[in-house]
Design a protein around this ligand. Structure first.
Ligand code: DGL
Length: 279
């Protein structure tokens, strides 16, 4: 059981690996004064092909760990974890662990935005096999926009390409082109594509190369950052529990030097990382 705490703590940002950095970067841009802890479970990434039970178990371990490190608020900067673990953690675990702490995901804020983006209501979703199979986007979109048509394409190779440092290599083109074509073949008039995996903005150049002209591509970073800023305004009691020193601590379950090197390139600022173990 996590101790109840009145001590202010950083905002936790969790992903299976590097993908959540695409969210963290925009969150830190929008809310630079807060302190953050980023945790990437790189040793066990990718999560995309894993079962519900495993994704739930790994995500809960990460959330508990971040609570132990003093976070009152944790963002699951991972669609797979948001799809497969968030609801159970919110409904079953948080009341037992500490009902005053909060865990938020990335799917709902993304869906809320899509109505402003699309012109014809034909929405494409690209995501991990786990996210696509969960139908979380379909369900959330139908709740808000019952008339929209949703077309999903699992892209099981994209996150592994990012985790293995292949995102900017020519080999990645094959998979990106193939999966975009498979999506567009389902409905050529799709006018907006949600990047429903936080790893995918790291492939954005290639994705935009193969998406038909005029089709909008929607990364989640800014959407989630704006939604968090709005949440903190609407929940001043939570904002008051989040410390403000403008720092970020980077944690990985894999090799910290390798993580720091990749993260520094992506964030365009030198970072150091520490290795931790989740259990
Ligand atoms: N970045 C994650 C997501 O948004 C997970 C990718 C993976 O680990 O397969 O779904």
């Amino acid at each position: 059981m996590t101790q109840k705490s009145t001590v202010k703590g950083p905002i936790g940002v969790f992903d299976s690996g590097y993908g959540g950095l695409t969210i963290l970067r925009d969150i830190m841009k929008a809310l630079p004064d807060y302190d953050y802890i980023y945790l990437g479970d790189n040793a066990r990434a990718p999560y995309g092909g894993r079962s519900y039970d495993i994704v739930y178990r790994f995500t809960l371990q990460a959330v508990r760990y971040l609570f132990e490190r003093g976070c009152h608020l944790v963002i699951l900067a991972c669609n797979t974890a948001s799809a497969k673990a968030l609801r159970t953690i919110q409904q079953n675990d948080l009341p037992m662990i500490d009902p005053d702490r909060r865990v938020l995901g990335v799917i709902r804020p993304t869906v809320e935005k899509i109505g402003e983006i699309t012109d014809n209501g034909n929405i494409g979703i690209v995501g991990t096999s786990g996210t696509v199979r969960s139908q979380s986007y379909d369900m959330e979109i139908k709740k808000l926009y019952p008339d929209f048509n949703i077309f999903s394409q699992a892209c099981p190779m994209w996150a592994p390409l990012v985790e293995n440092g292949e995102a900017d290599k020519p080999g990645a083109d094959y998979f990106v082109k193939r999966d975009i074509e498979l999506l567009m073949r389902q409905e050529p008039s799709i006018d907006s594509i949600i990047l429903g995996c936080t790893h995918y903005p790291l492939l954005l150049d290639k994705i935009e190369r193969y998406v038909p002209q005029g089709t909008k591509v929607l990364p989640q970073g800014k959407i989630v950052a704006d939604s968090l800023a709005d949440y903190l305004v609407r929940h001043p009691e939570m904002a008051a529990k989040c410390s403000r020193g403008g720092t970020c601590t980077y944690l990985t379950t894999e090799n910290p030097e390798k993580f720091a090197e990749s993260a520094s390139v992506f964030l365009s600022t030198p970072v150091t990382a520490q290795s931790i173990t989740l259990s």
